[in-house]
Design a protein around this ligand. Sequence first.
Ligand SMILES: Nc1ncnc2c1ncn2[C@@H]1O[C@H](COP(=O)(O)OP(=O)(O)OP(=O)(O)O)[C@@H](O)[C@H]1O
Ligand SMILES: [Mg+2]
Length: 235
Amino acid sequence: MKEKKNKNIKKEIILSVRNLSKNYRDYDKYLEVLKGLNLDIYKGEIIAITGPSGSGKTTFLNCISTIDSFDDGEVIFDGKNISSMSEKEKNKFRSYNMGFVFQNYNLISVLSALENVQLSLSNKKEHLLNSIQISKEILEKVGLGDRLHNKPDQLSGGEKQRVAIARALVHKPKIVFADEPTGNLDSKSSEDIMNLILQMNQEYGVTFVIVTHNSMVASKAHRVFRLKNGKLEKV
Ligand SMILES: Nc1ncnc2c1ncn2[C@@H]1O[C@H](COP(=O)(O)OP(=O)(O)OP(=O)(O)O)[C@@H](O)[C@H]1O
Ligand SMILES: [Mg+2]
């Protein structure tokens, strides 16, 4: 596949994965899920990771985003080796540098769209005073300016995912990790969400790593990789 051009992509590496291995030890079996993966992700690009169910896509995303630990290798984010950070350091690092989007939205049901987004700013002193204003602005950007006070169960799937994208971007992270962001959506909403991701990537220059089964989503990424038999191959 020809790589797509994007003026935002600088040939500066934001995330470097070296020789990453991860195994699960279950009751009676030992599962080698990731077998020495290497990947350099550049600032401003959108990467799609595809692969069969159970191939380790979520495991890979969790390992490179500090959520999960791994057995061997290194993950270097913006020059910092995240493998050697303590849990406390990882939490802080994540809340400043990373945003997350999940298949099932992971919104807090008792909070409004605005409050769900505001929560991402709650441990950042510099944003506390104007967190309502900043959260409103990003919700307007994702097309939900008129749904600020609705709770998740009063929103459609596509709208919930827009709230989740606003929440992932409100603190201006350098990278957003999305695990099957269109997995619960119909094809029209999936396309709208992917177009929103493209727009946010262009406007804010945020790097996206998207795990997806959806060929439309993968076709819009700048580079696509397939995870199979514990290895990552370029599509
Ligand atoms: N905590 C765990 N303990 C043991 N095995 C696990 C654990 N988490 C995942 N696995 C196994 O590791 C493999 C990879 O799982 P993972 O969730 O990363 O796959 P995936 O590619 O994201 O699949 P899907 O497309 O269905 O979401 C699977 O065989 C799964 O059963
Ligand atoms: Mg998964």
